[in-house]
Design a protein around this ligand. Structure first.
Ligand code: FES
Ligand code: FES
Length: 156
């Protein structure tokens, strides 16, 4: 079937098998490999994207469900070489090791800070409970969230 979606502000279409996941469509049909495929069963959050403004695991959304809807991916967060405050904070805090989980975390943290510019540690832990990292031990990821929140609050 042909699906038409808006991806990162651009109208896109793809000829897909309706049972394919949105993650597969993004990565394999639309050339957007930023969202990662780690578990393919909604457990790790590495495929986090926005669907009509809601944070979802792209591996759990069928391609057909994305038809006519708006998708935003991690690729939309930077402007060319200019990283977002959240991306910068992950680098600054050393919250990236292998980096496989990082796109999902960056999307989830951006979503959190858009909704709660000054989250508590409990709110951060709860918001990121669906994102798994096998490398960092999470301490530096938490540091990155608070650093990003600070940078965003002090941005002009
Ligand atoms: S790949 Fe989608 S949640 Fe793990
Ligand atoms: S940095 Fe390796 S899984 Fe998170």
């Amino acid at each position: 079937m042909l699906i038409r979606t808006t991806v990162n502000g651009e109208p896109r279409e793809a000829d897909v098998w309706p049972g394919e996941s949105l993650l597969f469509v993004l990565r394999e049909h639309l050339g957007l490999p930023g969202s990662k495929n780690a578990c393919e069963q909604g457990e790790c959050g590495s495929c986090s994207v926005w669907l009509d403004g809601e944070l979802v695991c792209a591996c759990l959304v069928l391609a057909a469900q994305a038809d006519g809807r708006e998708v935003r991916t991690v690729e939309d967060l930077s402007a060319g070489d200019e990283l977002s405050a959240v991306q910068e904070a992950f680098l600054e805090a050393g919250a990236v090791q292998c980096g496989f989980c990082t796109p999902g975390f960056v999307v989830a943290v951006t979503h959190l800070l858009d909704e709660r510019p000054s989250p508590t540690e409990l709110e951060v832990r709860e918001a990121l409970s669906g994102n798994l990292c096998r490398c960092t031990g999470y301490t530096k990821i938490l540091d990155a969230v608070f650093l990003a929140a600070e940078h965003r609050r002090s941005a002009p």
